[in-house]
Design a protein around this ligand. Structure first.
Ligand code: UDP
Length: 358
């Protein structure tokens, strides 16, 4: 039996794709740490994507990185001792990922890490710490892309490593092929009023602490959005909602539609139909790439090197001119370039997990 621990929005999407395949041959116990807990950051994903109800919800959210990670570590250790799974499965790079991996490895439960080997090259990025530590205590490391395998090799972590493709790509294709991506029915302003999706729009997500902790940077980003030739749809993450509300109350940003977070099916519709995408999200920049929509990533490090070709994804500083200049460069799309696998990463992961469990 495999225990999967999730806690944050992007992990629900990856778990939706993998659980669907994994549960055909293995028993899975699903644990939600509670890191993301609101209806529009958690509930909607479980409902829309048919993710099984979590068997356990730890209800742990908020606090500093240390507080959150420590509380999860204690709770997960206790749960792992009760459940005694053959394997722990974790995704990505959140505090939930790290806490689960640390608790399991100390109890000699082997850890399988999906999205292994991603590196951005700076420990100032809090998720980088989670990625490195999780990879180093894992027995199975599932890399989405070749560059992640290269990073694992540099850190001597190729044993147990498998290049499988990206479960986010599996999810994107699965829902798109079923026509599930749809114009948002759930577009609601921060005050709760319904909003209409404009005919032409840009899609922006921005919540990383690198961009939002300093209001001057967030203002630069929003000023760039205000200068664009179509409205910008910006679902605001709860992490930086208060700052966005403060800034928009004083500066206006008439071209920006500030909305509450939308569900995944709406998000991939927005990505796919946007003129361009502006983001600091690892998931959204890949989805723009999958959809063939041009993307500007507001970070000073590359998260997904495979996307940085032919101007399809460019970095910009949190600075108005830098963002506008990045948005103005034309891109090219080579339809034969498919670095994120064949849409069956989850099948490949399941085969490996089957070989390591009963
Ligand atoms: N997303 C969503 N609703 C939103 C904004 C994003 O469903 O309002 C989706 C997005 O399409 C992507 C994922 O959430 O699949 C990315 O999550 P996030 O940006 O929180 O995390 P990251 O990818 O940076 O780890």
């Amino acid at each position: 039996m495999i225990m999967t621990v999730v806690g944050a929005r992007p992990q629900f999407i990856k778990a939706a794709a993998l659980s669907r395949v994994l549960r055909k041959s293995r028993e899975e116990i699903l644990v939600h740490t509670g890191q993301h807990h609101d209806e529009n950051m958690s509930g909607v994903f479980f409902r829309e994507l048919d993710i099984p109800e979590p068997d356990h919800n730890l209800g742990i959210a908020g606090g500093t990185h240390a507080q959150m990670t420590a509380r999860m570590l204690v709770a997960l250790e206790e749960l792992l001792q009760q459940v005694r799974p053959e394997m722990l499965l974790v995704y990505g790079d959140t505090n939930s990922t790290l806490a689960a991996a640390l608790a399991a490895v100390k109890l000699h439960v082997p850890v399988a890490h999906v999205e292994a080997g991603n590196r951005v090259g700076t420990l100032k990025n809090p998720e980088e710490v989670n990625r490195i530590l999780t990879d180093h205590v894992s027995a199975l490391r599932f890399a989405c892309v070749q560059s992640a395998m290269d990073e694992l090799e540099k850190e001597n972590l190729l044993s147990g490593a498998h290049l499988v493709g990206d479960p986010m790509y599996d999810a994107f294709l699965y829902y798109r092929e079923r026509g599930a991506a749809r114009p948002p029915r759930d577009l609601v302003s921060l005050k709760g009023e319904p909003l209409r999706l404009p005919g032409a729009f840009y899609y922006m997500t921005c919540h990383r602490q690198e961009n939002t902790d300093d209001p001057a940077k967030l203002h630069q980003i929003l000023s760039a959005m205000d200068a664009l030739d179509a409205p910008v749809v910006y679902p605001v993450h709860p992490r930086n909602r208060a700052e966005v509300e403060r800034l928009s109350a004083s500066k206006g940003y008439k071209n920006v539609l500030f909305t509450q977070p939308v569900g995944y099916l709406s998000s991939i519709h927005l990505v796919s139909h946007a003129r361009q995408v502006v983001t600091d999200s690892g998931g959204v920049q890949r989805e723009a790439f999958f959809a063939g929509v041009q993307c500007v990533t507001i970070l000073d490090f590359v998260c997904w090197p495979e996307t940085m070709v032919d101007n399809r994804n460019r970095l910009a500083f949190p600075d108005r001119e830098s963002i506008l200049s990045a948005l103005s460069r034309p891109m090219a799309v080579d339809p034969h370039y498919a670095p994120f696998g064949d849409g069956d990463a989850c099948g490949k992961i399941t085969s490996v997990l089957e070989a390591h469990t009963h």
